[in-house]
Design a protein around this ligand. Structure first.
Ligand SMILES: [Fe+2]
Ligand SMILES: [Fe+2]
Length: 180
């Protein structure tokens, strides 16, 4: 299945993917920074893990920022929306506690990993630098997913609601970023 995007003049599909993923990583940084802030008193034993994830997301964001710079492309118009949305999501879920934090990460990374596969299929024969950028983050995202999946307690209504809401909003942000 091909990706649908509304490209600007002079923009390639790989350029657009770098923009959307850069904004998405900014969202991820914002989520973990907010969760980490709240976790200090809500779930202090999770702070180290959130710090570990946060360091990864900062690296991912800088990988895509460097790609945009090399291409002479601006950040995505959705950049600040991603940051704001991520902060709100991170604050709300970390108030709800450890299960909500884990459910959020599982939902996001499941969607992200699927999109990364689609993006790779789209560009790997056309853009070596963008392909390398995507490949350099997959193992981290898989780790975030797997560690959080293992943390999730038995299925609950709250975890189900978070899973549905977070995966829909992640899909919506990616969809929007490809069209802005
Ligand atoms: Fe990331
Ligand atoms: Fe991640």
């Amino acid at each position: 299945m091909g990706l649908t995007a509304r490209l600007k003049p002079g923009e390639t599909i790989a350029d657009r993917i770098m923009k959307v993923d850069h904004a998405g990583e900014h969202g991820a940084v914002s989520i973990y920074a907010a969760q980490r802030w709240m976790a200090r008193w809500r779930v202090p034993d999770m702070v180290d893990e959130l710090d570990h994830f946060l360091a990864h997301e900062r690296r991912h964001r800088s990988v895509f920022a460097a790609e945009l710079k090399a291409r002479g492309k601006p950040r995505c118009r959705s950049f600040h929306l991603c940051g704001l949305g991520g902060t709100v999501l991170g604050l709300v879920t970390s108030l709800l506690g450890r299960n909500a934090i884990a459910a959020t990460t599982v939902a996001i990374e499941r969607v992200v990993l699927r999109h990364l596969e689609q993006q790779l299929a789209e560009i790997e024969s056309r853009d070596a630098a963008a392909t390398a950028a995507l490949r350099s983050i997959i193992a981290d995202e898989q780790e975030h997913h797997d560690v959080s999946r293992a943390r999730l307690a038995a299925p609950s209504i709250m975890a189900g609601v978070i899973d549905r809401g977070v995966s829909l909003s992640t899909e919506a942000v990616i969809w929007l970023g490809m069209r802005l």
